[in-house]
Design a protein around this ligand. Structure first.
Ligand code: GLA
Length: 406
């Protein structure tokens, strides 16, 4: 992960103005778009994301003490400072600095590091958009902490540590976001598997295009969306425990859906669930089991270049997330509908949902139509700040995180 790099000029200037010296290193970590496999990483099942060209970048210089001083190029985020230690008191709920603290505390607890750094951060990952701006921030901070202390952690080890560390902000996330941000390969999506974490790169066919479009509804992981997310996760666990009980399997051996699906087939598990569960628990269970099957088939479809098959699986995923996992909202459904009408072969909400983005798949020759369709059909009638590319863009499968010395 250690590379030779140059600091982008704006970041270099901001650093000089703030600290009256030059940064010595640059850490960068990409956001991600999940192509398929939603809300099943915490069930222990494989997911299929890819890293984006949008990333968090941290220009930094190690200090001689244990302080971390951090500012961002976006004036709406106040600068912060704290000491690196294995137990760091969090800021108030919702404070962006908690992502830095999460990473610093995790690195101190795992490696006993004591040296802090001065940092200026910028990010091109839209915030609270379901594109993992927070995990990109955590991974980039962890790399800055590592680089300041002469460590070069392996990406898989770093991703596992940071998946745990990020729970500091209060969302019981799975490990997908940290894994793809740390371990992605350029030009590829990845099958990410858990316990132990494994990442298998799958080349994205060069004529496939994934369009990411924001609903303009924010889903803050450290805010309101946290409760909805944690509740879904608890319901999913409850449904599993009941099915394991009905099947009279040893509860101590079947701790995840993966454990269950290694013992019984998806259709057997569904038969029991249909018979014994009801209401939301049945819905959550059905989403997890069917989404797992879609991930397996999606990987085959991508490897064989079957665009239409991949698109249909994305549509199936969205339907399941809307009806069974109940994490869609009208704006996401509308975006999905517009994208499909404009020629996308498939479209779905991506990330945790309840706001955030959709991802739509189109062949190279049709992608402009999809982008135009979304611009006219969704964005033209609404108010939004910045440029349209801040809200909608064609994703480029990008390289995972790195840290470089200047
Ligand atoms: C968030 C979490 C991930 C994953 C997704 C839903 O992004 O951080 O671990 O659970 O939601 O698939």
């Amino acid at each position: 992960m250690e590379t030779e790099d140059t600091v982008p000029e704006d970041l270099e200037t901001a650093f000089r103005e703030r600290y009256q010296s030059s940064p010595s290193h640059l850490a960068r970590a990409p956001g991600r778009v999940n192509l398929i496999g939603e809300h099943i990483d915490y069930a222990g099942l494989p997911v299929f994301p890819m890293a984006l060209q949008r990333e968090v970048r941290i220009a930094f210089r190690p200090r001689d003490d244990s302080l971390v001083l951090a500012a961002t190029t976006d004036p709406s985020y106040a600068p912060c400072h704290f000491e690196i230690s294995p137990r760091i008191e969090p800021y108030d709920d919702g404070d962006w600095g908690n992502y830095l603290k999460a990473a610093a505390q995790g690195m101190a607890a795992a490696y006993g590091i004591e040296r802090g750094f001065d940092a200026v951060i910028d990010s091109t990952v839209p915030v609270a958009a379901g594109l993992s701006s927070s995990s990109a921030m955590v991974i980039a901070t962890a790399l800055a902490a590592a680089g300041s202390n002469g460590l070069e952690p392996d990406p898989i080890e770093l991703a596992e540590l940071m998946a745990e560390a990020e729970q500091y902000v209060g969302t019981r996330g799975g490990g997908m976001d940290q894994a793809i941000s740390a371990g992605a390969r350029a030009g590829c999506a990845a099958r990410v598997e858990f316990t132990p974490l494994r990442i298998a790169a799958v080349p994205v066919p060069t004529d496939w295009r994934f369009v990411v479009a924001h609903s303009l509804v924010q889903a803050h992981k450290s805010g309101g969306a946290r409760e909805g997310y944690n509740r879904r996760r608890a319901e999913t666990e409850e449904a599993l425990a009941r099915v394991v009980g009905y099947l009279e399997l040893p509860a101590s051996d079947v701790l995840s859906y993966r454990d269950l699906l290694e013992r019984v087939s998806g259709s057997e598990a569904m038969d029991v669930a249909e018979e014994r569960l009801e209401g939301d628990l049945l819905k959550r269970f059905r989403h997890v089991v069917t989404e797992n099957e879609r991930v397996v088939r999606a990987e085959v479809a991508m490897r064989s270049g079957s665009l239409d098959a991949f698109g249909m699986l994305m549509n199936g995923s969205h339907a399941s997330l809307a009806a069974d996992y109940q994490v869609s909202i009208p704006e996401l459904d509308e975006l999905v509908g517009i994208a499909r009408d404009a020629g996308a072969v498939g479209a779905r909400l991506t990330g945790a949902g309840m706001g955030g983005c959709i991802v739509a798949l189109a062949p190279e020759g049709t992608v402009n139509r999809v982008v135009e369709g979304l611009a006219d059909g969704f964005y033209s009638g609404r108010e939004w700040g910045g440029s349209l590319e801040d809200h909608m863009f064609v994703a480029e499968p990008s390289e995972g995180a790195s840290v470089g010395r200047m």
